[in-house]
Every structure is written in C-alpha cells, then in structure tokens.
Write a protein that binds this ligand. Sequence first.
Ligand code: FES
Ligand SMILES: [Fe+2]
Length: 369
Amino acid sequence: MTPEPQPQAPDSLMLFGFWYRAMASGALTRNRLHKTMLLETPLVLGRDREGKPFALRDACPHRGMPLSHGHFDGQQLECSYHGWRFDAHSGQCQLIPSLTADQDLKCDRIYAGAHACEEHDNYVWVFIPDPPPPGAGFTKAAEPPIPVPRVPTFSDKHKIAHLTAELPCGVDHGIIGLMDPAHGPFVHQAWWWRSRHSIHEKQKNFEPIPMGFRMSAHTPSSNSAPYKLLRMYADAEAITTTIDFVLPNQRYETIQAGKYWFASLTTVTPITRNHCRIDVVACWNLFHWVPFGAGLLKFVFAKFVEQDRQTMEKQSEGLKHNPHLMLIDDADRPAKWYFALKAAHLEAKRTGAEVKHPIAGPVTLKWRS
Ligand code: FES
Ligand SMILES: [Fe+2]
C-alpha cells in the first residue's frame, strides 16, 4: 500500500532544554565581549582570565541594557548604564554603585541570566533552558540535566576540524535537508564524487534509538570515490558506516574500516525562527599518511556544505510565500520521523509522561539516489 503524500508544514518550533553550539572556540577571543543569538535569545559570550568561557543573557536585569556594551575585567562584567557589576559565570550581582551605606538592598539576590557553558571539540556550547518563569532577575543558571554532546572518538590520537555555514531558513528545513537522501545526485554532483547518472535503488535499515533513530551499520554505497579510496588504503574488507539522528538537532556519522575511523557530529542550530546555522566537527585517525589529508577532507566537506547552503538559499525564496509542502515515502520518511519525534518530545514535556517513541522497531526504507 502506498500512502498518499502528506501535506506537511514545518512548525519552526525551537526546542528549549538542550545544549547548543554557540560559537567556534577560535572565534571566542579573550580580549572582548561577543554578541550572539541562540533560539531568539540574545547572548553575550566571553572568556575569563583563565580562558574559561561564559555566557550571559545579553540584557541587564536592571533596565535591559545589553551587557555586551559593558566593561569586562576578566572576572566581572559591569553594565554600561548604571554600573551594576555581575559575576561573569554565575551572573550574580556583586555591586550596585547607587546604593548608600544605609540602604540594605541585597544585591547578591539579583542575577543576570547566566547560562551553563562548556567548551568541547572546537566549540563553545551553551545550555538553553526552558524560558525562565516570570521573576527572572532572581534566578540562578539552570543546571543542565544532560551532558554536552561529543564527537565519538575511537583512539586517543586523532585529528579534528570543523566548519560552519549560515542557512537562511528555519531549523526544520535545515535538519530535514541534512537527512534527505534524495537530493544527493542533484545537489552534490562532482566528478570525484558521483554524477546524477549513477542514481540507483538503495535499501537501508533503520532502528529507533533514545530520542532519535539510526541508519544501522551498513557498507556505504560503492558509487562514490572517497569510499573506494578508503577501501583501497585502509586495507579493510568491510567498511561500515552508521548514521544517528538525535533530537534536537544532532547528526552523528561514524565510518569504521579496520583500525581506521572517521566520526562527525553535525548540528543545525536555530538562531531565529527563519535563520539557522550548520556546524560540522569531524575527528579521524585516517589519512594521516596522506599529505594535505586534513585540508583535502575539509575541502570536500566545505564543498558539500556550500552546495547545501546554496540550495537552501534558493529554497528560502520559495518558502517565503508559504507554499504547500509534502513529504513522500520512503525518501522523506526520516523527515517524518523527525517531526514525529519532536511532537512526541513536546507532548511528553507537556504531560510529564514518558516520551512515546514514534518508531516501533526496525524498518527498511527504499529509495533511488
Ligand atoms: S541597566 Fe544595567 S545597571 Fe542599569
Ligand atoms: Fe546535502
């Protein structure tokens, strides 16, 4: 039975209560404050004297002046309007200069909105909690209930590289574009990769995993040059690749060939309702004997991401006018799962019940690409 294509409009809802990549580590320099935005939340980021990053909501709890206009001495941030001083990590107010000696306002009960902030794998990650209850200004930073996502690694010695691109579309289109298998032959053509004439029928097994789904370990398609190369050099009979998608926005890809491995974590981060950013971090222990190995790999990745970015830029012209959209089986099934997972997550949050995973068990999907 072939079901009718389903009309489906991404809801652009952003998921609070998760860690998000805020900035590449290298971009967060020590000597100044940096403005950024995640999930329509304006943030100011910086590094303390030891280089440890911090993230505060970019609004003073007094009268809303962006703290990024303030002065930072390496430990405390001073608002540019009335000089209130805040601890950069906890956000706790340290000083209100206008208070006289006999005024006993407890300034340490006041907090600038501080966010949990950690640095891993070339990125500064920031936890974005559910929008705080009214009365913010007196609330401490939320303790993240989950750890920061990491790129999986399989040996101590490895290389790491990252790249980033801004996409002029909402997070949903960014994510379903990432998991869409059918655009490959049309968007990612290159002589060293594949041509649209190499399109053929594929079959992949999927299984549910917590908060997401996995394209089970399989041998990557033989029609792409890099995999052919890898097979030749890595001296491995079987190359397997596994791809996981995990809410809210994470795509893990792991390729293993004997003792060689390559792993990446790609995220699509909502900046505003119709603007997102894609960040790829890859770690690997192969190609280290190939001159320019890292450079070459980065070139290939950058090319892919740029092709996706250009495609989504064009797509955004069409989306401006709210066209009707559809998702078809089986090529768009992962996109349907994404929306179902998101809905299940939000429903569980609303009711306090367990998440009802929308995928009951292993499924085989077929498509041509
Ligand atoms: S607005 Fe920041 S101190 Fe008044
Ligand atoms: Fe793509």
